[in-house]
Ligand binder design. Sequence first.
Ligand code: NAD
Length: 279
Amino acid sequence: MELLDGKKVKLEILEDLKKELSNYERKLGLVVIEVGDDPASLVYVGQKAKMASELDYNFNHIKLDENVSEEEILKIIDELNNDDMVDGILVQMPLPKHLDAKKIQNSIDPYKDVDGLSDVNAGKLMHGVDTLIPCTPYGVMDILKYYNIDVEGKHVVIVGRSDLVGKPLASLMTNNNATVTVCHSKTKDLIKHTKEADILIAAVGKKGLITGDMIKENAVVIDVGINRVDGKLYGDVDFETAKEKVSFITPVPGGVGQMTVAELAKNVVKAYTLRKDNR
Ligand code: NAD
């Protein structure tokens, strides 16, 4: 069993980006909009700020009151869409209930949508058009690539079908010639599917849902889940029983979670390039 070390891959991605950015004529700009005081968001925005500082991006954190109106947010996004020095715009999720998250995400210029969550970018991804891809699925592809794990012709089973992880991952895997099965909360006999996986990806949000007996001998297991229990982080995979079966596995913490912020850094560069080439 070998661990897939997200931290190591992240550091290499950031080093490569630093070299590439040293040739750019201006600093790239990333704006994060945060609404309210969600404690997890505070941590995630902090990680983004740290990454932006390491890469010398212009980082603007717009923090809004939790009662802010949708109209006000849409106005701010419109201004940022029209600001040529802003390359990437990201709205930190979750948003308070009175705000329409989809509408807000879709109001971001698709060429600045560094979370890749707009309908335009989701459609392009599905059609195999080069575009901004959601960071976590992008991180899963990069960690597999780094460890030379080819997905072509493999049976990839993804547990979870969210717009953030499961669905974009299914498109990425299909575009890279894997055979894909997507399981979800209404899937019957989950174990029947997981046991068939050459590459098993868990993106559910349930601690220890995937146990060793659900995994095929020598499978590659990617654990996207982040479950906080009594201040400790756990994945969706029960590591202790899984490690006996797998050839490779991502730990939690230290696996996919590490990749997400590196992919955001890459997406800012990609957003700059795509906008320059297409406008
Ligand atoms: P989500 O709640 O939007 O989606 C969960 C999915 O799991 C749904 O599609 C649902 O159908 C499925 N599901 C629920 N119960 C199931 C069951 N018993 N069997 C099979 N499928 C079931 O969650 P999400 O946003 O996709 O996130 C999933 C997990 O990944 C969470 O733990 C989240 O914290 C984590 N996450 C990690 C990163 C990272 O950087 N590593 C980024 C995003 C999300």
